[in-house]
Design a protein around this ligand. Sequence first.
Ligand SMILES: *Cc1c(COP(=O)(O)O)cnc(C)c1O
Length: 457
Amino acid sequence: MELPFAEAWKIKMIEPLRKSTRAEREQWLKDAHYNVFMLKAEQVYIDCLTDSGTGAMSDRQWAELMLGDESYAGATSFFKFEAMVQKIFGFKYVIPTHQGRAAENVLFSYLVKEGNVIPGNAHFDTTKGHIESRKAQAIDVTCDEARDTQLEVPFKGNVSLEKLERVLEQNKGNVPFMVLTITNNTVGGQPVSMQNIRETAELCHRYGVPVVMDSARFAENAYFIKTREAGYADKTIKEIAREMYSHVDAMTMSAKKDGVVNMGGFIATDNKDWYEGAKLYCIPFEGFITYGGMNGRDLNALAQGLDENTEFDMLETRIHQVQYLASLLDEYGIPYQRPVGGHALFIDADKVLCNVPKEEFPAQTLTCELYLEAGIRGCEIGYILADRDPETRENRFGGLDLLRLCIARRVYTDNHMRVIAAALKNVYDRRNDITRGVAIEWEAPLMRHFTVQLKRL
Ligand SMILES: *Cc1c(COP(=O)(O)O)cnc(C)c1O
């Protein structure tokens, strides 16, 4: 008999979970104005809000914390971290920052000027924010396949070379760089193929435009290249990562994802001018260049996290779990963005709560229903997040309305996945009885989803 698949680690330390009653959750959600960001974490049983900074560190990472060198300048921890980044990505110059958006802030302060145009495959929201706040324009050049949630293609995060070329052609001399996000978070953690990385970089370079890799889930992307793209099955994750980065000019990294640390980030590049330019912004924003907003111990834990999370077994365990949850939803017929990506499932709320009008926010309603059902916290990536049109102030109902369930790295077991799937099935079974959604009672003028106050209709 073939042995079944099992995790590539065992558990050494546990954190008790808290269950609750439906009556308690009704009250807590009401107190939170039907916004799950306003819940206390202790009111949540299984937390799928985000995979950012929520991973479980290994015994080796915890051991590295004890070895941290907290010297202000020139700490051994910095050099250990720098050597690991150089080894994995092949870049010479490394600047630590306290998280991914800080890396964007430092690098873009040097690179982005008013009126610039910066194409990318669906810029992450902080990336877009750092471009638009500098009065530059972020243009999405993701392939069209990404918009159809039911279409099964292996690399749905890819760049459309035609769209990219059009932007480069129309904005000659005004594109300081292109952002290539791997995996493509915004369209559902969908990977970008090596071929697309290479062709995107070649096209940009032909126009004299450098490429910055937004790298939060680079290891998951490398896993998908290994398992889905011809010619990569026998290569290691580290070899694939080196090849991915050999095509591009620089990277920003949110280490809270594939670095498997609770806080951290960095910039790396071979471009000396960019390094010298970014350094000048690191010091006032983040701190001296050998710590950049990080503790010595955290730099150590990050170096270790990068090393172990670029091993195949570690990634296989993670992706296998996300795919296991997806297979349960397949069994129950619950529609999600297909094929499932690396870090999360995106449930197509419009196709589940068909009786809730879009003006009553189906995905937010589904988020509330799932929490009430079993204390599971997901996150609306839909019409509330899409906010209002800056000119007309109308709600933007043009995009997808999704409930995102992120899976934290090395935190929950497959039994928890079964609980999530069963809870979703229970909501799905009574979907036709859910006819009313939520209405906004109060909202902030910007980034309203974090603090919005809703009422149940
Ligand atoms: C999380 C993320 C960021 C921002 O990183 P933070 O560490 O949250 O500041 C940028 N880009 C992508 C693709 C991300 O997933």
